[in-house]
Design a binder for this molecule. Structure first.
Ligand code: BG6
Length: 285
């Protein structure tokens, strides 16, 4: 395994398995994860990678709020959709070992605008470890200040798939979810999630293991520790058309977002406390 700097971030690679992961300093966004030279994460060809806006694909990090400000949570209502972590430049803290790197984000890394909108003391530590068939991602949130703060967090993972209409997400059957397309809660729907139109759902209290199946066979596994919820999203044609950085538009067929996080409720972090969560993505391809 080797860790090498790239123009705007870092790459970890393993010669033996031809596995690589590429991470930008901007957003600490993972933009590529490959095994045996096969790309496993979707990245829109129209995505900006120059720090001018959040990356459309890969794994952006959502913090400290999920979704658009709704006017019901003053502490985060001045922030843009999905918060500031994905559109701030993180500090590459360095190699933890030959297959692991760590990034940090604190108030000193935020723009004045974000700082004003969320004026808390905080430290985020993001650890990315490349395994042979897995990618292990850990996020630690620390509160070194004297005031409690609330946050949502989400690993906004865009998986690459050959055709989303052949995908099903397994492990969420029968669970309560908020259907963002229709603006209502759904309970006890006993069928796997499939994709034949726009899907935008926030599943609450989800199991710690979820699978993405293709043609009835598991191709990815998502394991979590200390994360409660799972967001499942595909924008379909209309959604793709509404995003200027989504191109070509028909590529919505090639992605499925299965996003692990804590978003239905805010996590509350008291002064001097810290919180940690881990997501392990496995490729079964
Ligand atoms: C998902 C949300 O997590 O992110 C969707 O559930 C949203 O509602 C999508 O459209 C993409 O958000 P953004 O801000 O990257 O366009």
């Amino acid at each position: 395994m080797t860790v090498t700097p790239t123009e705007n971030g870092v790459r970890i690679s393993d010669e033996a398995t031809k596995a690589t992961v590429e991470i930008l300093n901007f957003g600490a966004t993972i933009t590529s994860w490959r095994i045996l030279d096969q790309e496993l994460l979707f990245l829109s060809k129209g995505s900006k990678l120059d720090g001018s806006r959040a990356v459309r694909g890969g794994i952006p990090l959502v913090f400290p709020r999920f979704g658009p400000p709704k006017g019901d949570h003053p502490a985060t209502d001045s922030l843009p959709q999905h918060g500031f972590a994905r559109s701030s430049t993180w500090e590459l803290l360095g190699e933890v070992d030959e297959n692991t790197v760590q990034f940090g984000l604190g108030p000193e890394n935020l723009s004045e605008e974000y700082r004003k909108a969320w004026n808390y003391d905080f430290t985020l530590l993001y650890t990315v470890k490349l395994g042979k068939e897995a990618l292990e991602l850990s996020l630690e949130v620390e509160n070194p200040g004297s005031e409690q703060f609330d946050f949502n967090v989400l690993f906004h993972t865009y998986f690459e798939v050959p055709e989303v209409e052949k995908v099903s997400v397994e492990g969420l059957n029968g669970l309560k979810y908020f259907n963002k397309v229709e603006g209502q809660f759904v309970t006890k729907e006993d069928k796997p999630v499939t994709f034949h139109g726009e899907v935008d759902r926030v599943y609450e209290a989800t199991p710690s293991q979820i699978a993405v199946d293709y043609d009835g066979k598991p191709i990815y596994e998502v394991q979590t520790e200390n994360l409660k919820d799972t967001v499942v999203w595909n924008p379909w044609e209309k959604g793709a058309n509404s995003m200027s950085d989504f191109s070509p538009k028909e590529d919505f067929h090639k992605m499925v977002c299965v996003e692990s996080g804590s978003v239905a409720e805010f996590v509350k972090l008291a002064p001097s406390k810290s919180w940690k969560a881990t997501v392990t993505l496995k490729s079964l391809l």
